[in-house]
Design a binder for this molecule. Structure first.
Ligand SMILES: Nc1ncnc2c1ncn2[C@@H]1O[C@H](COP(=O)(O)OP(=O)(O)O)[C@@H](O)[C@H]1O
Ligand SMILES: [Mg+2]
Length: 305
């Protein structure tokens, strides 16, 4: 649904986004994770045709961001939850949503049914006629999400939707995003929150001006840290250690009564090594697979360690 190729944006002397290539499939939640100033907002502004690019390519739903006729189609395909909510504070939430629905030229009956559906779903219906200025931050964010969805877009783009929310409000927004994910929506989500990226995204791209890594959260951990198997024994005696050595693992270390192994294919090798240990008279207390956490991966990449 979204594809970029070497997408680049410069501001005077500064390169905000450098050679970005990624794609978001239909029904996928893609988390663009990066620290402040990483170029996340600039990226989605280009994709939503709000600012131009300096070079490279991007398409949304098959339309190029360079094609003046495509721009309008792209805007209709996307529902954007921007980094600043930007609602009309003195109007009711309902009026705000009506206004934006009409802006997209959505049929009136569709707008009203969507508004009712979304406001009920987001638990805003009983406050629908109150001015937005009387809403909490979390409620305003929910209105912004409803506004992004009022014209039935195929793609939802969210710029740090839980930033500056208290933990409870952030949780509600994340649950909402998970619901939208279950509905099979295509979502591009900007965040600097690791936990959020991990919990919500099918694929994560780690951005710091350049895309440093991209993959499924778990694969990113494996790719950068490898995986190791830790076998905890009652006693890691010489016979047991020799049995492990005889299996020729890529690497192994013994610490106390724990043996840590680096294996090429843990699914295949671990059971064989466990059998060899048992055959050598070893008593196993536990077998676990470990890897670096996404946090480790992220910090390693972002700090350039
Ligand atoms: N309109 C602009 N003019 C000049 N510099 C900008 C502009 N917008 C963003 N930048 C710069 O581009 C970089 C990336 O910003 P941004 O995309 O907002 O990052 P993020 O959303 O990841 O925090 C920053 O260094 C920022 O200062
Ligand atoms: Mg931003």
């Amino acid at each position: 649904m979204i594809a970029t190729e070497n997408l680049t944006r410069k501001f005077e002397g500064l390169t905000a986004v450098d050679g970005l290539s990624f794609h978001v499939d239909r029904g996928e939640v893609f988390g663009l994770l990066g620290p402040n100033g990483a170029g996340k907002t600039t990226t989605i502004r280009m994709i939503c045709c709000l600012i131009g690019k300096t070079s490279g390519k991007a398409t949304v739903g098959g339309f190029s961001i360079d094609d003046p006729d495509g721009t309008m189609s792209i805007r209709k395909l996307i529902g954007l939850v921007p980094d600043n909510v930007g609602l009309y504070e003195f109007y009711s939430a309902y009026k705000n949503l009506m206004y934006f629905g009409r802006l997209y030229e959505t049929p009136e009956s569709r707008i009203t049914s969507n508004i009712e559906f979304l406001m009920k779903k987001l638990d805003l219906w009983n406050r629908k006629d109150d001015p937005v200025s009387t809403y909490s931050k979390g409620m305003k964010q929910k209105v912004a999400i409803a506004r992004a969805l009022v014209h039935d877009p195929e793609i939802l783009v969210m710029d740090e939707p839980t930033a500056n929310l208290d933990p409870e409000a952030a949780r509600t927004i994340r649950d909402t995003i998970l619901d939208l994910k279950k509905e099979g929506r295509t979502i591009l989500l900007n965040t600097h929150n690791l936990d959020e990226a991990q919990r919500l995204s099918d694929t994560i791209g780690i951005l710091k001006t350049k895309l440093l890594a991209v993959g499924k959260p778990q694969n990113l951990e494996h790719a950068i840290y490898g995986r190791s198997t830790v076998i905890q024994l009652e006693s890691a005696g010489d016979k047991v250690v020799q049995a492990v050595r005889d299996m020729n693992p890529r690497k192994f270390t013994v610490e106390g009564n724990a043996i840590t192994l680096e294996l090429e294919v843990p699914e295949k090798e671990t059971p064989l090594i466990v059998s060899a240990i048992v055959a050598a008279g070893g008593k196993i207390k536990s077998v676990n697979e470990t890897t670096g956490s996404l946090e480790d991966v992220y910090l390693k990449l972002v700090r350039g360690e």
